[in-house]
Design a protein around this ligand. Structure first.
Ligand SMILES: Nc1nc2c(c(=O)[nH]1)N[C@H]1C(S)=C(S)[C@@H](COP(=O)(O)O)O[C@H]1N2
Ligand SMILES: [Mo]
Length: 213
């Protein structure tokens, strides 16, 4: 079990530390306070669920007309797309041009048919992690349940066999080892959101913490 208090305090301290202002505007695609990297760091709670494609299931439930329980074959049979996007972690690194491959969340939600009362989603992961977003944010072209990136199958460390990516938000909004998407009529803050991270998490507005506005 990780030392939660230390882990949480450590991550918050890194995110709160000021970045070098001279670096901030060199590349318009790198948001203020971020440093560009190319080594795709690994960040999570340290609980690595070793889920294979045989065990993996994706459930879509809550305010939907048709609850879904997709197995790997059903997920791979959905329209597969590639989307190149930038990845911004609140601990101040950004990696550009990530070529994610997978299925649009929009296409999965269309199969589940959200009820008109469904407004918000909670993403649940196999490590117990959760994060929340308005359903609206999940409908963008670039929001994927991905199985590959940088030309390779996702490693377990990066959330394989399948994870979410939500490029317009800080990377904690992209659940690794995705297990379920639950739709609600109200917003329900996830793991980091209840610990002070910003609910919206737009990197270009530097929405890092709830007190950032
Ligand atoms: N299931 C799960 N998903 C998660 C996390 C986690 O701890 N568990 N950490 C988040 C955070 S804080 C970041 S920055 C990204 C990191 O993804 P990476 O390890 O592939 O770089 O995953 C996000 N998704
Ligand atoms: Mo992060």
């Amino acid at each position: 079990m990780p030392d939660w208090k230390k882990l949480i305090e450590g991550k918050i301290a890194i995110a709160k530390r000021g970045a070098s202002p001279s670096k901030a505007s060199e590349n318009a695609r790198v948001p203020a306070g971020q440093k560009q990297v190319n080594n795709f760091p690994i960040l999570d709670l340290g609980i690595k669920p070793w889920i294979g494609t045989v065990e993996w299931k994706l459930r879509v439930f809550g305010l939907v007309e048709h609850e879904l329980n997709l197995d790997w074959a059903a997920y791979k049979a959905l329209p597969q797309i590639t989307d190149i996007s930038d990845f911004h972690c609140v601990t101040r690194w950004s990696q550009l041009d990530m070529d994610w491959q997978g299925v649009r969340v929009r296409d999965v939600l269309a199969l589940a048919k959200p009820l008109s009362t469904a407004k918000f989603a909670t993403m649940h992961s196999y490590d117990g992690y959760t994060t929340n977003l308005p359903i609206e944010a999940l409908l963008d072209d670039d929001v994927l349940i991905a199985h590959s990136v940088l030309g390779q199958t996702l490693t377990k460390d990066h959330g394989g066999p399948a994870r979410m990516v939500v490029p317009k938000r800080y990377a904690w909004k992209g659940a690794k080892w995705l297990k379920a998407i639950e739709l609600h009529g109200f917003d329900k803050p996830g793991f980091w959101e209840v610990r002070g991270y910003h609910n919206e998490a737009d990197p270009f507005l530097e929405q890092r913490f709830s007190d950032d506005e």
